[in-house]
Design a protein around this ligand. Structure first.
Ligand code: GLV
Length: 319
């Protein structure tokens, strides 16, 4: 008998598919995670689980779930999962690459343009009834046209971002662990060192996943190297950025503004200094949040669970 634990409320059409293969226990809320104790108890006799990035999959999970065969993570990033541990226990971990690439790049682009043109600040100004008249420099921002844009992390999302930049007549640079020489011509992107990317870019876009190598990559030193009017965008993972260093860089006008879709701690603490800065735009981790993409991510998780429980290879294994 298979038992599948689903840590968030998902549409019934997906639950039905899972019910065809076994018993399903679903947490009935879409905006709050399943409480940890409840999650661990539910896992007791589970053979599969469908999780989001809110669930930390560690030793405690292994102890709670002796029969677990597959973890389907509804995200492309999987820094919430101790991959080595799961691998050592023979548990298959899957993620959702591919289906969310374009949607996430679109959100990154939206955020970049919104920060560049101060859209959120300007809209708040109108809502607050402060709009008195047209002004020569009222909410004057920064052009993307002919700007140097540096992408840190040239995976699928970085490449999708670069493809969009081409239409805006920009100079594209990138830095990545491995160079993608074959794609450079098609993307019109120049490979540069991390230091050059920081020094030369008018816009710095981080799409990198969280790894030992990328953790705290954007620190004091990095922000000091950036142009004073640089705009920093992060759609990768929060912990790639030292947020204290970012706050200082904004306060000391070492960079102009930032747009973050990902934070070290999610949801953000309402006392976080970034929330009181009007040159910081914060989104609640919605990179892949279009209805069609979220449907596709869930379907991919369901397919992966079905395949593994059927002793077949999953579509998108991490290990
Ligand atoms: C979202 O951040 C994801 O990794 O899919």
């Amino acid at each position: 008998m298979q038992k599948i634990v689903v840590s968030r409320k998902i549409p019934q059409k997906f639950i039905k598919q899972l019910e065809d293969i076994g018993e399903v226990e679903v947490w009935d809320a879409s905006l709050t995670p399943m409480p940890r104790e409840k999650f661990l108890t539910a896992l007791k006799d589970a053979t599969a689980c469908f999780v989001t990035l809110s669930e930390i999959m560690d030793e405690e999970v292994i102890e709670a779930a002796p029969n677990l065969k597959v973890i389907a993570n509804m995200a492309v990033g999987y820094d919430n999962i101790d991959i080595d541990l799961m691998q050592s226990k023979g548990i298959v971990v899957t993620n959702t690459p591919g289906v969310l690439t374009e949607t996430t790049a679109e959100l990154g682009f939206t955020l970049m343009l919104a920060v560049a043109r101060r859209v959120v600040e300007a809209e708040t100004y109108v809502q607050n009834g402060e709009w008195q008249s047209w002004g020569p420099y009222l909410f004057a921002g920064k052009d993307l046209y002919q700007a140097n844009v540096g992408i840190y992390g040239m995976g699928d999302i970085g490449k999708a971002f670069a493809r969009r930049l081409k239409g805006f007549n920009t100079n594209i640079m990138y830095h990545n662990r491995t160079r993608h020489k074959d794609d450079e011509e098609a993307l019109g992107a120049l490979y540069v060192s991390f230091e050059t990317l920081l020094k030369e870019s008018d816009f710095v876009i981080c799409t990198a996943p969280l790894t030992a190598e990328t953790r705290d990559k954007f620190d004091d030193k990095a922000f000091k190297m950036m142009k004073k009017d640089a705009i920093f965008i992060n759609i990768g993972r929060g912990a790639v950025v030292d947020e204290e260093a970012l706050v200082k860089a904004l306060q000391n006008e070492e960079i102009k503004a930032c747009g973050l879709d990902v934070l070290r701690e999610e949801p953000i603490d309402m006392q976080h200094p970034l929330l009181s800065m009007n040159n910081a735009t914060i989104l609640p981790h919605i990179g892949s949040a279009s209805v069609i993409t979220r449907d596709r991510m869930i379907q991919l998780c369901v397919d992966n669970i079905k395949l593994v429980l059927d002793e077949k290879d999953p579509k998108t294994p991490v290990v």
